[in-house]
Design a protein around this ligand. Sequence first.
Ligand SMILES: NC(=O)c1ccc[n+]([C@@H]2O[C@H](COP(=O)([O-])OP(=O)(O)OC[C@H]3O[C@@H](n4cnc5c(N)ncnc54)[C@H](OP(=O)(O)O)[C@@H]3O)[C@@H](O)[C@H]2O)c1
Length: 264
Amino acid sequence: MVTLGFTYFILLMNPFLAINMAMSVDGKVATPNRTVTSFGSPRDLAHLYELRATADAIVCGSRTVEETSATLGNGGDAYLKMRQKAGLASYPVRVVVSGAGTLASNIPLWKAHPSPVVVLTSSRIPSIQCERLRSLAESVWVSPSEEIDFSAAFSWLAASYRVQRIMVEGGPTLNDALFRADLVDELHLTICPRLVGGWSSPTIVDGIGQSHLAYASNLRLTRRRSCRGEIFLVYARHPKATADALPRHPSRFPDPPHGLAAVR
Ligand SMILES: NC(=O)c1ccc[n+]([C@@H]2O[C@H](COP(=O)([O-])OP(=O)(O)OC[C@H]3O[C@@H](n4cnc5c(N)ncnc54)[C@H](OP(=O)(O)O)[C@@H]3O)[C@@H](O)[C@H]2O)c1
């Protein structure tokens, strides 16, 4: 009885959510023409896989999945062992956000079959696109609203796929929606020693943004480390006074093996 009650409580909690992004010194995450989509070193790529190895689900926006040809796998044997040690499934659930259902059919994501692909979409999706995505994905969750209700979507992921920890890997449009919904618990940011420039180069958060400082997301730097010119930072969320979200699963994201120094 006590176990049942505890399980129900755990399912009621919203998953812990972290975003991981790598940016140039001038805050860009891709070149203006979007042909170069990461400026990180092999160390930064390892960092991404280490973080993936702590998550039940990876979430990306549809442009990121298309433009980077991402398959959202587990990163190979070394990271599989980390997942097993942490008691996680061998592969993360792969989640793509596509509000209008424009996610392409001919991308590598659909050809790799390590774990379920789930699409989160909105009531704006035309039925023909919804049917197409249902034929490709294991499940399609349709928000009752034109704007995706991510809190409801993540509660559904928690209940349907036992997702307690989510790693979001962009892009900037999706990041913006998650920050505006006050759902981001941690931001993992790598600053890469390059300058890219360009009015149209995406930054870590684009989209609609906030029009007033009072609504801006407040972050607290909790960990940092530099390694061969790259700076690895972790910011924690400062809850907004108005937040009435469900309680979150506590952070169980361990420090990556190379260690991030705590900031006092
Ligand atoms: N350096 C890095 O760390 C890093 C990481 C990730 C991405 N990137 C780069 O960022 C660029 C892509 O960023 P992006 O901002 O253009 O794309 P994105 O956020 O990956 O995807 C945008 C698309 O995802 C869907 N979407 C996102 N948020 C939504 C919301 N709140 N409601 C409904 N649908 C939503 C929409 O799909 P529909 O059109 O189907 O509605 C939207 O068009 C690429 O160049 C990529 O390489 C860099």
